[in-house]
Design a protein. Structure first.
Length: 130
């Protein structure tokens, strides 16, 4: 997974791309973002087809443990995860899952059709904080 924080507070996450430094865990990169103690928005432009990688039960347990340790920071600093999905049917099909996602991660999962919509929504969420 690649986490690009070069446009902070807009954080681009790409699940199908390797990390910029293979020696650094995505968890460590995410912790560094949380340590800034500033609000930010996660963005993803890969659509909802995340590739063929199935997470092992150990990976899922590790993610769950990490999330539980950082739930408070996640709720405080991550305004939302915005996914860009041009396919209307896929966006609509994700509505029910987005409730489960928010309950697990502590921040909303929002769906938009275009990058322009994602950036506008991200700016709106961030300006609501000021």
């Amino acid at each position: 997974m690649q986490i690009d924080a070069s446009q902070f507070p807009l954080i681009w996450m790409r699940f199908n791309a390797p990390g910029l430094d293979p020696e650094v865990s995505p968890f460590a990169e995410f912790e560094a973002l949380l340590a800034r103690q500033e609000v930010f928005v996660l963005l993803n432009d890969e659509g909802l087809d995340k590739g063929d990688h199935e997470h092992s039960s150990e990976e899922m347990k590790q993610t769950s443990r990490w999330m539980k340790r950082h739930k408070s920071e996640l709720k405080s600093f991550v305004k939302a995860a915005i996914y860009i999905e041009p396919n209307t049917a896929k966006r609509l099909a994700t509505k029910a899952f987005s409730l489960v996602y928010e309950k697990f991660w502590g921040y909303p999962m929002l769906m938009v059709a275009t990058k322009d919509e994602a950036l506008a929504l991200a700016q709106q969420l961030l300006s609501d904080e000021q």
